[in-house]
Write a protein that binds this ligand. Sequence first.
Ligand SMILES: O=C(O)CC1=CCC(=O)O1
Length: 94
Amino acid sequence: MLFHVAMRVNLPPDLDPQIADELKRAEKQRAQELQRAGTWRHLWRVAGRYANISIFDVDSHEELHDILSSLPLFPYLDIEVTPLARHPSALPES
Ligand SMILES: O=C(O)CC1=CCC(=O)O1
């Protein structure tokens, strides 16, 4: 199941910079693990915002929820999830 996930990062301006750096390092490590596993299919920066647009490939809504809610930055993320269905005019995937 594919999901379009929009994440906006809202780190508090007064957050200790060392804690912020550690959260970003841990988030990057987890994001790269999930990309290598094929679960986090796309990760794009939204130009001009501290936000990303991502595509996740998971087996269930529950799996997506578990992944998103365990991200290191989760307490600071505004997340919007959109389920995707195949478009009838899309070419078959190679
Ligand atoms: O910077 C972001 O958009 C949040 C984020 C997601 C994966 C990652 O490494 O950072």
